[in-house]
Design a protein around this ligand. Structure first.
Ligand code: SAH
Length: 243
């Protein structure tokens, strides 16, 4: 089983490499290979009987789409786990909280001039759903570790949202719980290519006027919260597949 672990920014994938220096992942990354392709570095190695490819895409939907496609088509990933940070829309989500996407949509995709709903293009769908199996594994990890993992709608767009009005519009239009800039792009690619995927985000800000300050302050911490959870999922997946 080959698994892709993906983030958007270096800070989001760094914890996976840092863990490698101390813990069992050491063996994994000691033997790893790096490939530079299309301006991204793909780290490949074995971990607990699984083949892993790890990369960050750079920010935004196009970059995320490229990296997800490469991980699947060039590196042969059969499953993709995204780890990163997001702005909270649902007031119940506080900085550092985790949200697993149950649905993902593109809040900036707009051909409403032709009578279509926001986020829709012909032959597409407004909401793409991740793997129920991976959501189930996430729930098991959360229950076992006593982590409060929320499930919800993640809205993606090529905009950093630091504006209460835009945030409210996205909330009302898509019933979104969190906003970020890559998840739905990854979702569309994986859905099209029939690759099970999972998008996890730890909240870094609340997408309001002070979002940039919070983001800078909490990026590293929230990235670590998200990556630790993904690693726990990988351990569980390895029990199932690495036989
Ligand atoms: N500070 C960075 C830019 C970060 S853009 C720089 O200067 O290079 C924000 C990133 O975090 C994106 O990858 C996005 O997925 C996520 N994100 C976190 N909070 C967000 C918000 N309020 N709106 C949109 N994306 C957000």
């Amino acid at each position: 089983m080959k698994i892709a672990i993906m983030g958007a920014m270096l800070e989001e994938v760094e914890p996976f490499l840092e863990v490698a220096e101390h813990e069992p992942l050491l063996e994994y990354f000691k033997k790893h290979t790096d490939t530079v392709y299309g301006g991204n570095i793909y780290h490949e190695a074995k971990y607990k009987g699984l083949d892993i490819v790890l990369a960050y895409s750079k920010i935004g939907k196009v970059n995320a789409g490229l990296t997800a496609s490469m991980m699947i088509e060039k590196f042969g990933a059969e499953m993709l786990l995204f780890s990163g940070v997001a702005g909270a829309v649902n007031p119940q989500l506080k900085i550092g909280d985790l949200i697993a996407a149950t649905h993902l949509c593109q809040h900036d995709l707009d051909i409403t001039a032709f009578g279509h709903p926001h986020g829709f293009v012909p032959e597409g769908k407004v909401y793409v759903e991740p793997s129920q199996h991976l959501l189930h594994i996430a729930k098991e990890v959360a229950d076992e570790k006593g982590i409060n993992l929320k499930g919800g709608i993640i809205a993606t767009g090529d905009q950093f949202i630091a504006d209460p009005e835009r945030k409210e519009w996205i909330q009302k239009t898509f019933e979104a719980d969190a906003i970020e800039m890559e998840g739905a792009a990854v979702a569309v690619i994986c859905d099209a290519l029939n690759v099970p995927f999972f998008v996890l985000r730890a909240i870094s800000d609340t997408a309001d006027t002070d979002a940039t300050f919070d983001f800078d302050e909490f990026l590293k911490h929230s990235s670590k919260v998200s990556s630790s959870f993904i690693l726990a999922m990988i351990d569980k997946i390895s029990d199932d597949y690495a036989k």
